[in-house]
Design a protein around this ligand. Structure first.
Ligand code: SF4
Ligand code: SF4
Ligand code: SF4
Length: 170
């Protein structure tokens, strides 16, 4: 039995939790990722940004608050099993969102996320009391994570924003 077949046989008896909030590396196939990934570590080793870590089940996740993803595709190209498909890298469903802990929303002047965003996907709406609320343009945001890794308050997270025509990563 080859490695992939034995992996499938092994997984048959296991219930793996398919966490929809896990940010898998670019090119992860929504339907088959957990079945195809052998937890071999090749994607993590290939990532020049060192932002791929492993979740508690041993599967790779991209940790965008550790640094931005450049969508270079090195992880997908290194994947030996097809769990990451280089042709699906563009279908990245994640978009930034800012939590209420944002400094600007609490009256402390900060525009770090706006300044670092190459895609100009963040603008600020002035509020009363010296506060300003960041507004995300989800059509422009690429989900790269540059804002998340720069935010001094750790207020940026990511949520799935997948148009129906873009069915991909877990
Ligand atoms: S696309 Fe490149 S930068 Fe992004 S996780 Fe993969 S290897 Fe790392
Ligand atoms: S390279 Fe592919 S098979 Fe190996 S851990 Fe990464 S996603 Fe899983
Ligand atoms: S994830 Fe990237 S593109 Fe989106 S708002 Fe943050 S820096 Fe801009």
């Amino acid at each position: 039995m080859n490695k992939l077949a034995s992996r499938r046989a092994f997984l048959k008896g296991k219930v793996l939790r398919n966490d929809q909030n896990s940010i898998r590396p670019p090119g992860a196939d929504a339907a088959e990722f957990l079945e195809l990934c052998t937890q071999c570590d090749e994607c993590r080793e290939a990532c020049p940004e060192d932002i791929i870590k492993f979740d508690t089940q041993g599967f790779p996740v991209v940790q965008l608050d550790a640094g931005p993803c450049t969508f270079c595709g090195d992880c997908a190209n290194a994947c030996p099993t097809g769990a990451l498909n280089p042709e699906h890298i563009a279908y990245w469903p994640w978009r930034a969102r800012v939590a209420a802990t944002c400094l600007s929303m609490n009256g402390i002047s900060c525009r770090v996320c706006q300044d670092i965003c190459d895609h100009r996907a963040i603008r600020f709406q002035l509020q009363t009391g010296g506060r300003a609320e960041p507004v995300l343009d989800t059509d422009t945001c690429t989900g790269c994570g540059a804002c998340a890794s720069a935010c001094p308050a750790g207020s940026v997270s990511f949520e799935r924003h997948t148009p129906p025509t873009q069915e991909v990563a877990l």
